[in-house]
Ligand binder design. Structure first.
Ligand SMILES: Nc1ncnc2c1ncn2[C@@H]1O[C@H](COP(=O)(O)OP(=O)(O)OP(=O)(O)O)[C@@H](O)[C@H]1O
Length: 728
């Protein structure tokens, strides 16, 4: 091919004619141009005559090896992942031993069948051996050739072949005679041998003949393990699948550059029970664009949807895609049993809780202390099942206290009732109110714990937080306190209790982390009204099962999660119990939770209850006790105010009111302050204002903070009306 850079061969005259042919073409002085090309360019660092074009082959060449480049390189792990993780190694070993046991038991049981097959095939095998021997001794293989030379009358060749045959038959005959004599001697020896040898040698011969007599299409052994055949994932297949996604950036890049448009940053390798491809998408295309089209990607790869797991790696760059294609549909593979099912005895909540498995089948755990858990999805995708997992682990730690609230009353947390110090389940005002009261007390508990920790010497509590050791010291009361709020949207959107509950939950979630208080919050309506941003923003561990949109996704998984390609919208109908887990590791992980059905959960909590009874830690609801703290029920508060403020007294000072309430019910209102009273009335829209009154001790009149009785009466009437409507 003629190169425009090759001065000697390029047709400059034709090029000149082309250039000058157009009406507006500029006339180029070719001699000057040639001279200019041969003059060294000061910007040409290579000195090879001419500036380097950015897309030239030279510019595209891989950069030279440099030390800094090598230092920045990513080292591939020396050992495979299963050898680096103890749990995975145990898992692989368990599988290997199981596989060996299964295969050997399967074949041992079929030994009579195999023996029968061998015996049946032995005559054919013996005939094959004899005929093969005869053919060999008399060199029948060469007979055809010898015949053909006699027909072509090539005497010399015929003679040569005959001589060769005679030579062969001679020494083969000697070998055959010797073998036959040996066999005869062997036969005599067998006849004289002990009993077992008289059986073993014929059995060996039958086995040998049976094996020789085996038909080519009928193997002796049956198949103990059927291994499914899976198609190999190749770069061609991946590029083809990406090309049909309908993403303009990919389509255009592939049209221009072909296969090179998709860069594979590492060879496609086996990774667990599947293939892994590390891909750099064309410029401008993000991993999220592909993740969004997971179903089309699966169609392009011609694999079931449950096999195809694209993930973004925003920490590398937004266009880096990690595509893992499993051999088997994740939804179709039976879930692994929860590891804590097998353990006898208790569990230490200071250790990571096994939560589920990733698409590669590896166990994913997270630590409960110092975190709060937020779980969300549309209804029916496994929120309650996911909530149960950390709670059952907590139940197995006899020193961890459990409070469980299910605000929808579907009974998902019922198995935990027998171990919970506080428990309520239902979609009624009472349950919502119990939840609110629990949150109030939780806040107080946080304050108490903060005071205890403050009072501890630095060497005992260096980081000002509950340690596993402190959690075990009964006297301090700093044990892990795990509080589950399932279907929390019912509480947070409650017209009467929602606002205060949201504020309290936010405070607890912020404060409780270091104090051993762990909130596990699950919601099916992750929007601003049903999930206060203060709660969603402060949860350290987040698990999002299938959701329908970006807002819900980011509410659960954190701001920008969707933009970064962490999209729980990609989960399909079949992906029950499958979600994105954020906060348990550096990267977001796709996890299918362990599924613990009702009867199994009951068995676990039976065990947990026995452990608690033995440790003397069964308290509260589980021990049949009423809540230990007085229930400052807000609706009783309004009624109580009307009781202590007669209709003849339209206005009353807040301090007078707290005193009268304390006289009425010391347990509930003994420590009620003016500020707390103001806060408790706020959700009803009742505010305190300046009220004229007389000081009973001095008898002097003054303006002080207080309430208007009519406001209380109106709130009670409004509440009663609402309850009446609801009951109707
Ligand atoms: N890890 C899992 N593996 C397999 N199936 C699961 C898993 N988790 C949940 N499921 C299935 O999903 C169904 C719904 O689960 P669950 O009741 O926990 O959902 P939910 O989101 O809490 O529903 P709702 O919002 O209606 O209460 C279960 O009955 C079970 O069949």
């Amino acid at each position: 091919m003629t190169s425009p850079h090759d001065d000697n061969r390029f047709d400059w005259q034709a090029a000149e004619a082309d250039v000058t042919a157009g009406p507006d073409a500029e006339v180029v002085d070719l001699d000057a141009a040639r001279a200019a090309r041969t003059t060294p360019d000061p910007t040409d660092s290579d000195g090879d005559g001419g500036p380097l074009l950015v897309d030239s082959a030279d510019a595209q060449r891989s950069p030279r090896f440099t030390l800094s480049g090598a230092r920045a390189g990513q080292r591939r792990p020396i050992l495979p992942a299963w050898l680096r993780s103890r749990a995975e190694l145990v898992d692989v070993m368990r599988w290997a031993v199981g596989h060996l046991l299964h295969t050997s038991t399967y074949h041992v049981l079929r030994v009579p069948k195999y023996a029968g097959k061998l015996a049946l095939r032995a005559p054919v095998g013996a005939a094959r051996l004899v005929s093969g021997g005869v053919r060999w001794v008399f060199d029948w293989e060469g007979e055809h050739l010898r015949q053909s030379t006699s027909q072509t009358r090539d005497g010399e060749l015929y003679l040569k072949l005959s001589k060769q045959r005679d030579r062969r038959v001679r020494w083969r005959g000697i070998v055959a005679t010797f073998t036959l004599s040996l066999s005869l001697a062997g036969g005599v020896a067998v006849a004289l041998a002990p009993g077992w040898a008289q059986w073993a040698i014929p059995a060996l011969l039958v086995t040998l003949c049976g094996m020789v007599g085996q038909p080519a299409d009928k193997p002796l052994l049956d198949t103990a393990v059927v291994i499914p055949r899976v198609a190999r994932l190749t770069s061609d297949v991946v590029v083809r699948a990406l090309a049909v996604l309908g993403i303009a950036g990919i389509t255009q890049a592939i049209a221009k550059q072909g296969q090179r448009a998709i860069a594979f940053t590492a060879p496609i390798t086996r990774d667990g029970p599947g293939w892994r491809a590390d891909i750099d998408l064309p410029p401008g295309v993000t991993a999220g664009d592909v993740i969004e089209r997971r179903d089309r990607l699966a169609a392009g790869l011609t694999r079931p949807l449950g096999c195809v797991w694209p993930e973004g790696q925003p920490e590398v760059h937004p266009g880096r895609l990690l595509l893992w294609v499993g051999d088997q549909d994740m939804a179709a593979t039976p879930p692994k049993p929860w590891p804590l099912l097998k353990t006898t005895g208790g569990f230490d909540l200071g250790r990571p809780v096994p939560f589920g498995t990733d698409p590669r089948g590896r166990i994913i755990s997270f630590e409960l202390p110092y975190t709060n858990v937020l779980i969300g999805s549309i209804p029916g995708y496994g929120k309650t099942a996911a909530t149960q997992v950390p709670l059952l682990a907590a139940a197995l730690d006899p020193y961890a206290e459990l409070w469980c609230f299910d605000f929808k009353g579907t009974g998902g947390l019922d198995p935990l009732e027998k171990v919970s110090a506080r428990y309520a389940s239902g979609q009624d005002d009472d349950t919502a109110e119990q939840g609110l009261i629990a949150l109030r007390e939780l806040r107080k508990e946080c304050q108490r714990r903060a005071a205890v920790i403050k009072g501890l010497p630095k060497q005992v509590c260096p980081d000002n937080k509950v340690t596993p050791d402190l959690a075990r010291r009964k006297k301090l009361g700093l044990h892990w306190l795990v509080v589950a709020l399932d279907e929390v949207q019912e509480l947070f959107s409650h017209p009467e209790f929602g606002k205060e509950a949201g504020e309290l939950a936010e405070k607890v979630i912020k404060l409780g982390r270091a104090l051993g208080v762990i909130l596990v919050v699950a919601t099916q309506r992750p929007d601003a009204k049903s999930l206060p941003t203060g709660v969603s923003a402060n949860a350290g561990t987040r698990f999002c099962l299938r959701v329908m949109g970006q807002i819900e996704n980011d509410m659960i998984l954190g701001t920008s999660a969707y933009k970064n390609g962490i999209r729980a919208t990609m989960f399909a109908k079949k992906d029950k119990g499958v979600g994105y887990l954020v906060g348990a590791a550096d990267d977001a992980q796709i996890v299918r939770t362990f599924y613990i059905d009702g009867p199994t959960a009951e068995k676990i909590t039976d065990r947990a209850r026995a452990l608690r009874e033995a440790a003397g830690t069964l308290t509260g609801h589980a021990a049949g006790q009423a809540p230990t703290t007085p229930a400052a029920r807000r609706d009783t508060l309004l009624d109580d105010i009307l009781t202590v403020v007669p209709a003849t007294e339209p206005k009353v000072w807040a301090e007078t009111l707290t005193e009268r309430l304390a006289d009425l019910n010391g347990d509930a209102y003994g420590d009620l302050t003016r500020d707390q009273l103001t806060a408790a009335l706020k959700p009803y829209g009742i505010t305190t204002g300046q009220v004229w009154g007389t000081d009973p001790t001095t008898g002097k009149g003054a303006n002080r903070r207080g309430i208007d009785r009519q406001h209380i009466a109106d709130a009670v009437a409004e509440r009663n009306k609402r309850r009446g409507d609801k009951a109707a």
